[in-house]
Design a protein around this ligand. Structure first.
Ligand code: HDD
Length: 758
C-alpha cells in the first residue's frame, strides 16, 4: 500500500518535476517551448515515497529566529518548476543555446558574460575528492532509542525510550577514487552523523571492527601503500599490488585486519547487509561524571551477507554502481534498511584484566567477554535530493562528539580527532564547512568565530569576543551542567614515543578470527590471500606475507602457499614471544553465520528468464509468490519488448540477456514451456547465466521443461557429499506453488556454499 500511495502521488505530479522523470513518469518530458508548469505548484513536492519521509533535518520550514542554513534542509532546497532560466545574478536568460557572436559566422565576443559565467562555474564544479573513502553513497534516516540509559551516558539520543534523532549515513570504500567500482575488495566506511539536540555527533566507523595500524603516525604510510602506485597510477581501488603488501607484511600489527579484509566481509552483497563498528574504545559519561568504555556495533536487520570474489569481479565491469544502486532502489521502493545499535560497555578495571589492550585498534573485545547490549535502531528512509550537496559535501569528523560521549587514549583515535577537521578545510574550501546545509547542526550555533572563505552567517552587532558587556555577555559559557566537559582522566607519566606491551601481540586475535569461521568462510579467506598475493611482482613480499600467516594458522599458510606454488616459509619472528593467554579462542560472533538476518527475501533480486512460448501461468504463480514476499523480480528475455506466452498473453520484458548479467541477481527462475525452453537453449547467454548462478552459490528454480536447461549447462543436482543441493529446485511435474515455496526458503539462505567445488 505504501508503494501504491507513492505511485498515486507520482501520477498526480505536474510537468517538469525532476524526480518523476527519473522513475519514468511520462509527464516529466520537457513541456513544449514557451509552456511551463504552473508557478503556483509547490516548489518542493514529495514525489517519491523516500522523499515523503520527513525528519527535523530533511523537512519543515525553519523556525522564526533560526538561520536559514542551520538545521533543516528545506530552506536550502531549490526547484526550478515554473521558473525562467537566469544567471547567478538573477538576470533572465533569453537564449541558452548560442553564444554571442559578431555575425552568425563571426568570432565569439569576450563581452558574453552569460557564456563566461556558465563556463567559469562549470570549470570549478569539482572539489577535491576525499583522500580516502572517496567513493560513497548516503541516505537520510533516524535513530530511535529503545530505552533511556542515563546511568551510562547523558548523550542526547539515549535519554528517552522512543526518542527520534535525525541522521545522515554515508557508506564508502576506502582505496578507490570517486568514480571507482563499488565491489572492490576493501573495508567499507560506515559513517553516521546524528543531528542531536545537543549538537552533531559523528560516529565514523567501518564495517570491520579492527584497523591496520595502532598509531595515527602510520596512517599516511598505510594510505600511500594502498593507493595506486605513484609512478604509474595503478591499480585502481585494489590492494592487490606490491606496495600494499610490502607495507603490511612489514607491519605485523596489520595481520588481524588482513584476516577480515581477505574474508567475505570485504565484499559485502549490499551496504544494507553489513555490520558497522566504531572500532575504537570510546567513553560514555553520565550526568554524575562517571565513565565507562564503550565499543559501538551496528547490526543489519537483513543479516550479514557477501558476494563471492568471482562475482564481485564481474559485477565491477557490469554494474560499477552496484551498491549505490542497491541502496537507492531499496529506499525508493520503501524497503528501508535498518540496523540495531549495540553497545559493549566495560569498566576501566575490567579492561585492565583483559589479555589485550583496549586502546589498541587492532583488537576486538570478544562478545563472549562483554556482550553487546542493543540500545536503539537506525532506519534509512530517504534518499538525498542532490548527490553533491549532500553525499559529497557531508563532512564527518571524529572530533564531533556531544556531552555524554568522550574519547579514550587510543593513539589512532587521537590522530583522527585532528585529521578530519583538517581535511575538510581543504576539501570544502575553508573553515566554514559547518554552515553547508548537510553539515549544519539542528542545535543552535552561537560563538565568536567569524569570517573566512564562503562565510554565510551574517553576524549582527559589534561584539565578536567573550567576555563582553556590550552584548550583555552573550553568547555565554554553558557551564558544566549543559556544556561539554572532558572526562578528567588522570595523566601522570613521562613523555615518550612508544607502545604498551600488549600492543605487540599481533597474532592471537588474527588466529581467533580465522578459527571462528566456518569451513567455506576459511576457504574464501585463503582464496582472498591467494588472489591478492598472486598479483605481486616481487616474490619476496609474497613469501614474507605467508611467513607471517604461519603465526596465525599453519593450515592457512599452507593453503595460501599451495595456491601460490611456493613452499611454506619459516614463521616471521614474533614481536612478543609469549603473549598473554587469550580469554577465548573461538567466538561464534565472528562468523557471518551468526547474522542470518530476519529470514525475509525482501529486495532480493530474482531473474526470470523468458522467451516466446513460456508457460505464463506457472511463471505468474511464482512471480506473485515472490512479490508477496517483496522480492524484486525482473523478466529477462533475448530482447526487449513483450514475450508472447503459450496462452497468447503478453509479458512485458524488463531486461535482456545482454544488459542484465547473472551476477547482479540473487537467484534465477527458468521457465516452463517447450518453445521457450527450446529458444533459450539455443543461446550461449542462457548457459552462461545458469553456470554463473550455480558457481556463485545462488538459488536456481527450473519450472517444467526447464530442467533441460540445467542439464544442458551441466548443473549437478547433488552436493559433493552426495546429498541433494537445496539451492537447485525443479518443479518436475509438481505444482508451481510448492516449487515457489521451496525456492523462497532456499533464497532466504542467501547462498549455498556447500556446493562450491570451483
Ligand atoms: Fe578515516 C575518512 C573511517 C582511521 C583520516 N575515515 C573516513 C571515512 C570513514 C573513516 C568511514 C569516510 C567518512 C565519509 O563518509 O565522509 N578512518 C575510519 C576508521 C578508522 C580511520 C574506522 C580507524 C579506526 N582515518 C583514520 C586515521 C586517519 C584518518 C588514523 C588519520 C590520521 N579518514 C581520514 C581523513 C578522511 C577519512 C583523511 C578522508 C576524508 C574525510 O576524512 O572526510 O580525514
Amino acid at each position: 500500500t505504501q508503494a501504491s500511495a507513492a505511485q498515486a502521488l507520482v501520477a498526480s505530479l505536474p510537468h517538469n518535476s525532476n524526480k518523476p522523470g527519473e522513475i519514468g513518469h511520462a509527464n516529466a518530458i520537457s513541456p513544449p517551448e514557451g509552456q511551463h508548469a504552473d508557478g503556483a505548484q509547490p516548489v518542493v513536492s514529495a514525489s517519491t515515497l523516500s522523499e515523503a519521509n520527513a525528519s527535523d533535518k530533511t523537512r519543515g520550514p525553519h523556525a522564526p529566529g533560526t538561520n536559514a542554513w542551520q538545521g533543516d534542509l528545506e530552506a536550502a532546497r531549490a526547484d526550478a518548476s515554473g521558473q525562467v532560466l537566469t544567471t547567478n545574478q538573477g538576470v533572465a536568460i533569453a537564449d541558452n543555446q548560442n553564444s554571442l557572436k559578431a555575425g552568425l559566422r563571426g568570432p565569439a565576443l569576450l563581452e558574453d558574460f552569460i557564456l563566461r559565467e556558465k563556463i567559469t562555474h562549470f570549470d570549478h564544479e569539482r572539489i577535491p575528492e576525499r583522500i580516502v573513502h572517496a567513493r560513497g553513497s548516503a541516505a537520510h534516516g533516524f535513530f530511535e532509542c529503545y530505552e533511556a540509559i542515563p546511568d551510562l551516558t547523558k548523550a542526547a539520543p539515549f535519554q528517552a525510550a522512543g526518542k527520534i534523532t535525525p541522521l545522515f549515513t554515508r557508506f564508502s570504500t576506502v582505496a578507490g577514487e570517486r568514480g571507482s567500482v563499488d565491489t572492490a575488495r576493501d573495508i567499507r566506511g560506515f559513517a553516521v552523523k546524528f543531528y542531536t539536540d545537543e549538537g552533531n555527533w559523528d560516529l565514523v566507523g567501518n564495517n570491520i571492527p579492527v584497523f591496520f595500524i595502532q598509531d595515527a603516525m602510520k596512517f599516511p604510510d598505510l594510505i600511500h601503500a594502498v593507493k595506486p602506485e605513484p609512478h604509474h597510477g595503478m591499480p585502481q581501488a585494489a590492494s592487490a599490488h606490491d606496495t600494499f603488501w610490502d607495507f603490511v607484511s612489514l607491519m605485523p600489527e596489520s595481520t588481524h585486519v588482513l584476516m577480515w579484509a581477505m574474508s567475505d566481509r570485504a565484499i559485502p552483497r549490499s551496504y544494507r547487509m553489513m555490520q558497522g563498528f566504531g572500532v575504537h574504545s570510546y567513553r560514555l559519561v553520565n550526568e554524575q561524571g562517571q565513565s565507562q568504555f564503550v565499543k559501538f556495533h551496528w547490526t543489519p536487520k537483513l543479516g550479514v551477507h557477501s558476494l563471492v570474489w568471482d562475482e564481485a569481479l564481474k559485477i565491477a565491469g557490469m554494474d560499477p554502481d552496484f551498491h549505490r544502486r542497491d541502496l537507492w532502489e531499496a529506499i525508493e521502493s520503501g524497503q528501508y534498511p535498518e540496523w540495531e545499535l549495540g553497545l559493549q560497555v566495560f569498566s576501566e578495571e575490567q579492561a585492565e584484566q583483559f589479555s589485550f589492550d583496549v586502546l589498541d585498534a587492532t583488537k576486538i573485545v570478544p562478545e563472549e567477554l562483554v556482550p553487546v547490549r542493543p540500545v536503539g535502531r537506525m532506519v534509512l528512509n530517504r534518499n538525498p535530493d542532490n548527490f553533491f550537496a549532500e553525499t559529497e559535501q557531508v563532512a564527518f569528523c571524529v572530533a564531533h562528539v556531544v556531552p555524554g560521549i568522550d574519547f579514550s587514549n587510543d593513539p589512532l583515535l587521537a590522530g583522527r580527532i585532528h585529521s578530519y577537521v583538517d581535511t575538510q578545510i581543504s576539501r570544502l574550501g575553508g573553515p566554514n564547512f559547518h554552515e553547508l546545509p548537510i553539515n549544519a547542526p539542528l542545535a543552535p550555533v552561537a560563538n565568536n568565530q567569524r569570517d573566512g572563505m564562503h562565510r554565510r552567517t551574517v553576524n549582527r552587532g559589534r561584539v565578536a569576543y567573550e567576555p563582553n558587556s556590550l552584548a550583555g555577555g552573550c553568547p555565554f559559557q554553558a557551564g558544566a551542567m549543559k556544556g561539554f566537559v572532558s572526562f578528567p582522566q588522570p595523566v601522570q607519566e613521562d613523555k615518550v614515543r612508544g607502545k604498551p606491551e600488549k600492543f605487540a601481540d599481533h597474532y592471537t586475535q588474527a588466529s581467533l578470527f580465522f578459527d571462528s569461521l566456518t569451513p567455506p568462510e576459511q576457504r574464501h579467506l585463503a582464496a582472498g590471500f591467494r588472489f591478492e598475493l598472486s598479483k605481486l611482482t616481487v616474490p619476496a613480499i609474497r613469501e614474507r606475507m605467508v611467513a607471517s600467516l604461519v603465526n596465525v594458522s599453519p593450515e592457512l599458510a599452507a593453503a595460501v602457499a599451495e595456491g601460490l606454488g611456493i613452499d611454506v616459509p619459516a614463521p616471521l619472528p614474533r614481536a612478543l614471544e609469549t603473549p598473554a593467554k587469550p580469554e577465548v579462542t573461538q567466538s561464534a560472533r565472528l562468523s557471518q553465520k551468526a547474522f542470518p538476518g530476519d529470514g525475509r527475501i525482501a529486495t532480493r533480486q530474482v531473474a526470470m528468464l523468458v522467451a516466446d512460448g513460456v508457460d505464463g501461468a506457472a511463471l505468474a504463480a511464482v512471480k506473485s509468490a515472490l512479490e508477496a514476499e517483496q522480492a524484486a523480480v525482473t523478466l529477462i528475455a533475448p530482447k526487449l519488448g513483450n514475450v508472447i506466452a503459450a496462452d497468447g498473453s503478453k509479458l512485458a520484458v524488463r531486461g535482456t540477456l545482454e544488459n542484465s548479467p547473472p551476477v547482479v541477481f540473487d537467484a534465477v527462475v527458468l521457465p516452463a514451456g517447450e518453445a521457450a525452453v527450446g529458444a533459450l537453449s539455443q543461446l550461449g547467454h542462457t548457459q552462461e547465466f545458469i553456470v554463473n548462478q550455480y558457481r556463485h552459490g545462488k538459488t536456481l528454480l527450473a519450472l517444467g521443461e526447464a530442467s533441460a536447461l540445467l542439464d544442458q549447462a551441466g548443473i549437478p543436482r547433488n552436493l559433493p557429499d552426495g546429498s541433494a543441493d537445496p539451492g537447485v529446485i525443479e518443479q518436475a511435474g509438481g505444482d508451481a506453488a510448492a516449487a515457489a515455496k521451496a525456492f523462497i526458503a532456499a533464497l532466504a539462505l542467501h547462498r549455498h556454499p556447500a556446493r562450491e567445488t570451483d
